[in-house]
Design a protein around this ligand. Structure first.
Ligand SMILES: C[S@@+](CC[C@H](N)C(=O)[O-])C[C@H]1O[C@@H](n2cnc3c(N)ncnc32)[C@H](O)[C@@H]1O
Length: 388
């Protein structure tokens, strides 16, 4: 494949994160061609997707367009797919998988569409090289995304392979961890840049403080990943990729100006968070403590305090959590003057128990659950915290 040719690149994300993804792309100097609730489209070369995969904090998959076409039925699909030079895309002895989304009246089984695409690719490679590539459902090698909506179809190479939220540092998950790219979007929304103290009580497996540290250091969040989809395309040059990765790592900061504090009441959570931070290479930047959130040390200054409390699925759990949310409001008022407080929750009724007037309520989706990031200005000195 030609790694220096530009093509449309579709970048997917979770609902709620697209504005942050757009911000990230613009900051890296990439044009915004189109956007939806769950994706942003830009234009880039395959070589540029190395950097996009390494650097984009809120992205899920980075898809490089191979072909967009009109397609009315499965027979037409086979013919068009067979015109692409697959022998120059999938390496000899390769393995590929097809991820699809099909909404067309022409067929009622999306697996059948994948089968048609797969057969056309295999037949073409067999005819051109005499060897047959393997295929299956593993996403560790060449990944193709196929979308078919009514009479319009798109075939992409998935340059990420596995989702970019899998950063490879969270070897020790704890209960209900946030996806890494969602945690990063939350930190971006707080405006945190490493110049102010950051306090993360209820840190669980440490996703929020770790993503914050990576962001403050300007370190590419996917730097620990050893595998991306683009590595399984003909013409990929490992030395070229490694050179670019090293440049990005050298550009990252070594230190940050203010402390990050992370705490949790559960010692197992704190242990998991510490290990994850160590894997991510940011443990020296985070002070960990096992304690009730209200006992978390809050450094002086105009910092940021962000909590992701449980939000309970059953009614009984919700009743129990009411007290916790009320205590979060008390903690904000009594211990965090001068700070901006944030609560990320999927339960808007529980959020009311915080008892403070939110300055903003930013919508995010955690899997299928619609959540909000509530922000509260916690005035210091004579100004009282505005109560409801
Ligand atoms: C939803 S989880 C946070 C998940 C975290 N954001 C992550 O990505 O792993 C909520 C955390 O709050 C902690 N927690 C619950 N009650 C607490 C309390 N009173 N004080 C401190 N931590 C508490 C739990 O142990 C749990 O780790």
């Amino acid at each position: 494949m030609k790694f220096d040719l530009k093509a449309p690149v579709q970048i997917s994300t979770f609902r709620g994160l697209a504005p942050y993804l757009e911000q990230e792309l613009a900051a890296l100097g990439f044009p915004i061609i189109a956007k939806t609730h769950t994706s942003v489209e830009t234009e880039a070369t395959l070589t540029q997707t190395f950097e996009l995969n390494l650097r984009l904090r809120t992205a899920l998959n980075i898809l490089f367009l191979l072909k967009q076409f009109r397609c009315k039925n499965p027979a037409q699909l086979s013919c068009i797919v067979a015109t692409l030079p697959w022998e120059n895309i999938i390496p000899a002895g390769g393995y590929f998988t097809i991820v699809n989304r099909v909404e067309t009246p022409s067929i009622d089984n999306s697996m059948f569409a994948s089968l048609k695409v797969k057969d056309a690719i295999v037949d073409r490679i067999m005819a051109k090289t005499g060897a047959r590539p393997d295929s299956g459902s593993e996403r560790g090698r060449t990944v193709l995304n196929f979308f078919w909506n009514k009479d319009d179809a798109w075939l992409y190479v998935n340059t990420s392979g596995e989702k970019l939220s899998d950063r490879n540092y969270r070897k020790n998950p704890h209960s209900a961890p946030l996806r890494e790219n969602l945690a990063s979007g939350i930190i971006m929304e707080t405006g945190y840049d490493g110049s102010q103290p950051l306090v993360c009580p209820m840190c669980g497996s440490g996703t929020l403080p770790i993503e914050a540290a990576l962001l403050a250091l300007k370190r590419p969040p996917a730097f620990l990943r050893m595998n991306f989809g683009f590595m399984h395309l003909s013409g990929f040059s490992l030395p070229e990729y490694e050179t670019r990765r090293q440049v990005l790592l050298k550009e990252a900061r070594k230190k940050i100006a203010a402390p990050i504090i992370a705490s949790d009441i559960d010692p197992n959570a704190v242990r998991a968070a510490q290990k994850n931070a160590m894997t991510a290479g940011v443990d020296h930047l985070i002070e960990f403590k096992t304690c009730d959130f209200a006992q978390t040390p809050v450094p002086p200054g105009n910092g940021i305090v962000v909590l992701n409390p449980e939000y309970g699925e059953r009614l009984g759990e919700q009743k129990e959590l009411e007290g916790t949310y009320k205590r979060i409001g008390d903690f904000f008022k009594q211990s965090c003057p001068g700070y901006t407080g944030y609560v990320f929750t999927g339960n808007l009724e529980l959020a009311k128990k915080v008892g403070l007037h939110p300055k903003s309520k930013t919508p995010f989706w955690n899997a299928k659950i619609e959540c909000r990031l509530f922000s509260y200005e916690l005035y210091s000195g004579s100004r009282d915290v505005a109560e409801k």
